[in-house]
Design a protein around this ligand. Structure first.
Ligand code: HEM
Length: 525
């Protein structure tokens, strides 16, 4: 009798648990989305209707696949191809609409006044959303994703690496990496002094080199080995990213995961060794004072001086290195790639930029730090490139509490999608020539280039603005100046215009460019 009662109770308990789970799933996947839709529709905000469990993912993926199925004409009107879902639904529902990534709702926010609220005047009400677990594995648990006090502490420690005065000390080593690259191009040239180069691959190697120097400074060679391991780990994670995502799969002992764990262990081991060696040699003050501040040095220093409650651990340093590598390498190489493509498409601006480099640098074949600052036309060109082809095309924030955004009432937990690319191509703020390449619009500086000062946000805005932006722009200008001094260039006949996005904006079929020596007598670089 007692046993019968027990098994009956067990059955009731299981039934109850199933009931609770079914109700939770129903609330999450059916009732809540409808409630949210009603809440926003009362405020005049609509969007494509939510479909059970998948939201709008099917239409979204369909539009993206169709848009990227073939190259586009040589035009800079890239929004319909790159952010096809935004372009399509904006025409139907207006610029502020709801879109469902599965049961997760996102509100698109492209009005510069509202963007300013989210990033600056009311930024404390919003936080970064948690990245997809595989992206998280790539980007690490560093500045990019940290929140609250830990983020603020790390940002304070790392900031001096990116002060302009510190970065300028890096110019000679950066320049030597660029010169090494262009010398290799020269060696590949035919007798007529021409060579076809797939620039995106070369620029990746170049930016990796510079990031390694910024992160590891005097321990460059050891740092290179560590970043090599990290690059291999990234390949594994990027591979998994393109497959169907199964929650928890990354904890299973699959071949890929075992390899990834091995890399992780090796990276940590190498860093611990490197940190010990740096600690031992940190007595040599004069050497230290002369050399640029690097990420590793600053974090080691902080780990020696921070109070126990705020201690920087080896794991923190590992995660920051990952963050640096992830955030800095492909972004900067994409900026260099798109700017080179743009200058190849618009030879009149290439001529202007080259004339400026010759005028400023004179007979110096490597620009100095003062030269780089004086290259105004090149700065305008780089800005116009960042406007038309921003490597990061969008970012997301989540409301930490119920908030008012402009006149909208936003419930806690709502994600806001800020489509940087769309903001940069908006004719209402940039004028009728928004889709034209016209660097002259930046002639009076960034704040005056558009009708609204917050219309240009390639590096984000506010407290969480890109920490590496000075490095990225400095490196891009230096590399372009050195290239312009030596070569003229045009698109290869095989170039297909196909900007597309896989985390960042990149050319789907690569960027083959033909370089020609400007001085045929010059056999070297
Ligand atoms: C053209 C090159 C680059 C572009 C377009 C770019 C873009 C961005 C953007 C848009 C953000 C803000 C993201 C958000 O608000 O959600 C950001 C943040 C960040 N970037 Fe960059 N970035 C570039 C280069 C770099 C470089 C070279 C580094 C480091 C070496 C770097 C490190 C970071 C870090 C650590 C953050 C997070 C900052 C924080 O939250 O405190 N970036 N970047």
């Amino acid at each position: 009798m007692k046993e019968e009662l027990l098994s009956w109770l067990k059955l009731v308990l299981i039934g109850l648990m199933v009931y609770v789970i079914v109700v939770k799933v129903f609330v999450l996947l059916w009732w809540r989305p409808r409630k949210i839709q009603r809440h926003f529709s009362k405020q005049g905000i609509r969007g494509p209707p939510y479909h059970f469990f998948i939201g709008n993912v099917k239409e979204l993926v369909g539009m993206m696949l169709k848009a990227s199925s073939q190259p586009m004409p040589f035009s800079h009107n890239i929004l319909p191809r790159v952010l096809s879902f935004y372009h399509h639904w904006k025409k139907i529902y207006g610029a502020t609409f709801l879109v469902w990534f599965g049961p997760t709702v996102r509100l698109t926010v492209s009005d510069p006044d509202l963007i300013r609220e989210v990033f600056t005047s009311k930024s404390e009400l919003y936080e970064k959303n948690d990245a997809h677990p595989l992206v998280k594995q790539l980007e690490g648990d560093g500045l990019l994703s940290l929140k609250g006090e830990k983020w603020a502490h790390h940002r304070k420690i790392i900031s001096p690496t990116f002060h302009m005065e510190n970065l300028k000390l890096l110019i000679p080593v950066m320049a030597s990496s660029v010169v090494e690259m262009v010398e290799k191009w020269s060696a590949l040239m035919s007798k007529s002094g021409e060579v076809e180069i797939e620039v995106s691959d070369w620029f990746q190697t170049l930016t990796e080199d510079v990031i390694t120097r910024t992160a590891f400074g005097s321990s460059y060679e050891d740092g290179k080995a560590i970043f090599r391991l990290q690059a291999q780990q990234m390949v594994l994670a990027a591979d998994a990213f393109q497959k169907v995502f199964i929650p928890g799969y990354r904890f299973l002992p699959t071949k890929r995961n075992i390899n990834s764990w091995k890399f992780d262990k090796e990276i940590k081991k190498s860093l611990v060794k490197l940190i010990d060696r740096r600690r031992e040699s940190s007595g040599n003050k004069t050497e230290e004072e002369k050399s640029p501040k690097d990420l590793l040095g600053l974090m080691i220093q902080a780990s020696n001086t921070s109070p126990a409650s705020n201690n920087i651990t080896v794991l923190d340093i590992v995660e920051e290195c990952k963050s640096f590598f992830f955030a800095g390498k492909h972004t900067t190489s994409n900026l260099l790639t798109w700017t080179t493509v743009l200058l190849a498409m618009h030879p009149q601006w290439q001529v202007l930029a080259r004339e400026e480099v010759h005028r400023v640098c004179g007979s110096r074949d490597i620009p100095t730090k003062d030269d780089v600052v004086k290259l105004k036309t090149l700065t305008m060109i780089v800005n116009e490139s960042l406007r038309l082809y921003p490597p990061t095309i969008a970012t997301i924030r989540r409301a930490k509490t119920d908030v008012e955004l402009g006149s909208y009432k936003i419930p806690r937990g709502t994600e806001l999608l800020i489509p940087i690319l769309a903001v940069h191509h908006d004719q209402a703020t940039w004028g009728n020539d928004a889709n034209e390449f016209n660097p002259a619009r930046f002639s009076e500086g960034v704040a005056r280039a558009a009708k609204h000062p917050v219309a240009f946000i390639p590096f984000g805005l506010g407290v969480r603005t890109c920490i590496g932006q000075n490095l990225a722009v400095l490196q891009a200008k230096l590399a372009l100046a050195i290239i312009l001094q030596r070569f003229s260039f045009r698109l290869a006949p095989t170039y297909q215009h196909a900007p597309t996005v896989l985390m960042l904006l990149y050319p789907q079929y690569g960027a083959p460019i033909i370089f020609k020596r400007t001085n045929p007598q010059d056999q070297g670089s």
